[in-house]
Design a protein around this ligand. Sequence first.
Ligand code: ADP
Length: 253
Amino acid sequence: MSQPIISVKDLVKNYGNFQAVKGISFDVNEGEIFGLLGPNGAGKSTTLEIIETLRNKTSGTVIVDGLNLDKDPNEIKKIIGVQLQSSGYYPGLNLVQLIELFCGLYNRKVDPMELLETVNLKEKAKAKVKELSGGQKQRFSVATTLINNPRVIFLDEPTTGLDPQARRSLWELIKNIRAKGTTVIITTHYMDEAEYLCDRVAIIDSGKIIALDTPDKLIDNLVASGFERPKQVKLANLEDVFINLTGHTLREE
Ligand code: ADP
């Protein structure tokens, strides 16, 4: 197998006396969708922000595409894509103008309409971010991660608060991005989402990785350990009912 695109070894982060990340190690393979799962406060954002060069680590080694975080943080910045919260965008600019602004910052040439088309937002080219629905905002913020043609993008809870149609639309977008060769690291609290999207997941609890494998393997291990669901599984769930009644089509356009 080829070299991992991200390699984290013995990563530690202390906030004062409190150890938020307790010596975690994991690799992310090129071209995979890798999930970081765990309860609130587990250390997911801290870990991601360290890899994204946005937060200092206490100790440990982080290598991104062969670049050592200690030596080449600026080179790492050039090959990664990071999502901004929608409050981070200049409120007076429309989507095209925002993309042009990012192009200037990254020193890249991107056709804004082409980029907006990849996230199904061409019709909103002249809209401001505050005029977008939740799903559209998320698609726009995913689009902005792609401007510098990154090797890896980081998505922090990209579908939180979205309706089922918008969530599925974002899933397809994320799969398309990966199909074009970009590695994706995602955090989510939705296990169905992780199961559908992620090739492998790391489960973090209290600053430690307590499991790391494909979703299938983790489920098989649980079943092999004698686990049984307390009641008979139904052949559909309420989300199936909802999607069946309201359709797959996005409502926000
Ligand atoms: P997660 O993303 O999994 O919810 P975080 O990485 O945000 O977890 O936080 C991990 C732990 O570190 C939490 O207990 C949180 O309160 C603490 N923490 C996060 N940022 C800071 C900070 N800047 N100063 C002190 N403690 C922090």
